[in-house]
Design a protein around this ligand. Structure first.
Ligand SMILES: O=C(O)c1cc(=O)[nH]c(=O)n1[C@@H]1O[C@H](COP(=O)(O)O)[C@@H](O)[C@H]1O
Length: 720
């Protein structure tokens, strides 16, 4: 059985037996809103004004009528009229807490007569189950619903552990109860909604112990259904309409992100992203051929211990002198394999969409799709792009092997760098596996109907986390770190293989530091998530932990991203030369061979390096490589080296792709994409909160790596 939090509001509404919840889900779907306004204002006029302004954006108006100084019957009539006009439900947050007989009188009588007009109300179960029966006697005949306060959002709240469990037990067994006030999804036994107060666009606190978490944490991660927001919308200096729109959007996108697990399940997002990497590599090979760059020698493929595999699918091509044919041989294998895998992924995804009403079936189809993909990749038989598959698997094996003595080939370096760009995708994959495991475990637990055994799920459940996998974040973080550790190992390996004290050794060491600097970023990011979860559990020190982790994370990520960017430009692409030939990196770090001593393999005629017009050079290229006609190369035949006096600022003399604008654009995009983390520092650009935010972030990173690969290989040829 799939979690209710992975089903759409619409489908849950259709299946729900309770009239209030049916109406609520339909309203939410219609208005694309899971936002409830907590209208804690002191007068009738204020309440009506805010309800009228914000009404179009909310699904529920939550009131505290006992704080309205001039409450009267007319207020109720007007509120009901607004509820009809703007299409929302009314929830009187009365928090009943007396014996059954008393709450019956409080609910149905007095000056407020709450049961007459509030669709929903709530209670504490501290007096025992009698309170629910008392309220149900009044509310049931009127078709009302009740929420239990299973948890509270304030610091030091006592609704935890067994008390919360008791709430869930009582709710499951009583039809009048429609859900909970709490921070997460509590049960899968019945579709009981969760409404969560203490929501802000930033996680923070107020002066009186209220604790705020973001819509993403509440809706996507914790599986709650509705966010309750008060002062975040109408607090001092706020524009209630603009804020309500922002919260509605944030809440709804967080819900869409959760539901995407159903329409575009993460399992298929992962497959398509990995295929995007493969097709990107095909495009790299294609355009490198057009620029006259043959990748086989650059990537050192013929030096591989497994070079025998190049006698497979693409051996026939390797005999050709034609660069484009050489690259095409490689490309054909990768392209063919990617097409086969795309076919499998598309078939699996289509079947999943066809069976979207049966989540169990979807799970089954996804698992089968993955099994087929794995079999296609590893089947040892000489079929289906055997060479490409073996090259891939052997490269992966070399990357993973913890050897400090084996040679490190450029193809493995580039592959490991591509893996670092896929790091988030791998942790998503782990989440998928975890989710499958959790669902399997849930159904097993249900079928046993008794205590369950140990393992990760028990640990997760003991932490009372309804998204089940959020606590497995530590393993997710380790997975993200793995590719960086592989790449770090390669650098250390290269360092140990180079002559002590040489500039090569220093460069490998500095590169190793770069990869090592990504580990604190990953750990601190994971620590922040951990502290945010603990915060909801009232763990001691979690507040200052969160602040400390955030501050350290900013420092670590700023250092890592700027250092990495500098490395991309100065070393991986060998750009950043000043026009007098000084290489920027010479000024601050050990360098690769300087351009002034670098010889190009190109054949170029003499040029007038002092004049404006310089010889373009023929550069051994295929006919039709027009891009090179822009290369402003000049060559001093006396010194036998390139003159550095004529090339565009911050580039280098040898530009195999010709047009300098391409290099400038690559430098700019690389910078922008290296600092996407800064979007997290502002509440206006929370990419994670956008629909498919995580998916698009991965696409951007794949793009960054794709353009990086072009220039990384081009640099090997141009400056060698
Ligand atoms: O029952 C509630 O709605 C509630 C439960 C809880 O644990 N914490 C909590 O803050 N609330 C209510 O949620 C609203 C939160 O308002 P703001 O802190 O201004 O967003 C208030 O109306 C509280 O009474």
């Amino acid at each position: 059985m799939v979690s209710f939090s992975q089903q759409t509001y619409a489908s849950r509404g259709e299946k729900h037996a309770h009239p209030v919840i049916k109406q609520l889900f339909a309203t939410m779907e219609r208005k694309k809103s899971n936002l409830s306004l907590a209208a804690d204002v002191g007068t009738k006029a204020e309440l009506l004004e805010i309800a009228n302004k914000v009404g179009p954006y909310i699904c529920v108006l939550k009131t505290h009528v006992d704080i309205i100084s001039d409450f009267d019957r007319d207020l109720v009539d007007q509120l009901q009229a607004l509820a009809a006009k703007h299409d929302f439900l009314i929830f009187e947050d009365r928090k009943f807490a007396d014996i059954g007989n008393t709450v019956k009188l409080q609910y149905g009588g007095g000056i407020y007569r709450i049961a007459d007009w509030a669709h929903i109300t709530n209670c504490h179960v501290i007096p025992g189950e009698g309170i629910i029966h008392g309220l149900a006697e009044v509310g049931m005949p009127k078709g009302r619903g009740l929420l239990l306060l299973a948890e509270m959002s304030s610091k030091g709240m006592l609704a935890t552990g067994t008390y919360t469990d008791k709430n869930v037990e009582m709710a499951v067994n009583n039809d009048f109860v429609v859900g909970f006030i709490g921070s997460r999804r509590f049960t899968e036994e019945r579709d009981l909604i969760t409404m969560t107060p203490g929501v802000g666009l930033h996680a923070s606190d107020d002066a009186l112990g209220q604790q705020y978490r973001t819509p993403e944490q509440i809706i996507t991660e914790n599986g709650s259904d509705i966010i309750i927001v008060g002062r975040g919308i109408y607090g001092p200096g706020k524009d209630p309409v603009a804020e309500a729109q922002r919260y509605r959007e944030a809440g709804w996108n967080a819900y869409l992100n959760r539901i995407n697990l159903m329409y575009f399940p993460v399992a298929f997002q992962v497959l398509f992203l990995l295929l995007l990497v493969a097709f990107g590599w095909c495009a790299n090979l294609r355009y490198l051929s057009l620029a006259g760059i043959e990748v086989r020698p650059v990537l050192q493929l013929s030096q591989l211990p497994t070079a025998a595999y190049s006698n497979g699918d693409n051996v026939s091509d390797s005999s050709s002198a034609n660069v484009s044919v050489h690259n095409d041989g490689l490309r054909r294998g990768v392209f063919g394999l990617a097409i086969v895998l795309s076919g499998i992924a598309l078939a699996g995804w289509t079947l999943c969409l066809m069976f979207s009403v049966s989540p169990a079936m979807q799970t089954c189809i996804t698992l089968i799709t993955y099994m087929i993909v794995i079999v296609v990749l590893v089947v040892p038989r000489r079929i289906m792009f055997h060479t490409t598959r073996m090259q891939l698997l052997h490269s992966l094996a070399r990357i993973v092997k913890p050897s400090m003595t084996d040679p490190v080939y450029l193809c493995d370096i580039i592959m490991a760098d591509i893996l670092t760009s896929c790091a988030r995708i791998f942790s998503d994959l782990f989440l998928v596996a975890c989710r499958f495991y959790s669902l399997f475990w849930l159904s097993r637990r249900k079928s046993l109907g008794s205590e369950y055994d140990g393992g990760i799920s028990e640990y997760i459940d003991s932490k009372r986390n309804a998204s089940l996998c959020a606590d497995a974040g530590v393993i997710g973080a380790m997975l993200v770190a793995m590719p960086y550790i592989f790449r770090l190992r390669q650098c250390v390996n290269e360092y140990l293989r180079s002559t002590a004290g040489s500039s090569d050794a220093k460069r490998h060491f500095a590169n190793a530091v770069k990869y090592a600097s990504s580990i604190p970023v990953i750990c601190l990011s994971s620590a922040q998530k951990r502290a945010a979860v603990d915060r909801t559990m009232e763990t001691k020190y979690s507040d200052w932990c969160l602040r400390l982790a955030y501050a350290l994370w900013i420092l670590a990520v700023a250092f890592n991203s700027l250092y990495s960017y500098y490395w991309d430009i100065a070393f991986d692409w060998n750009l950043g030369h000043l026009s007098d030939g000084t290489k920027l990196s010479d000024l601050v770090a050990p360098t690769e061979p300087s351009i002034s001593s670098a010889k190009s393999s190109s054949t170029v005629g003499d040029a007038d390096c002092d004049g404006e017009a310089v010889n373009v050079g023929s550069l051994d290229v295929e006919e039709g490589n027009h891009a090179l006609s822009h290369v402003p190369l000049c060559y001093s035949s006396e010194e036998g080296v390139w003159s550095a006096s004529k090339f565009p600022l911050f580039l280098r003399p040898q530009l195999r792709f010709g047009n300098p604008l391409l290099y400038y654009a690559a430098m700019l995009f690389d910078f922008l994409l290296r600092i996407t983390w800064t979007a997290k520092l502002t509440s206006y650009m929370h990419i994670d909160l956008m629909a498919y935010g995580g998916f698009w972030l991965n696409v951007l990173e794949i793009y960054r790596r794709w353009q990086w690969t072009f220039l990384r290989i081009e640099k090997e040829v141009a400056v060698s």
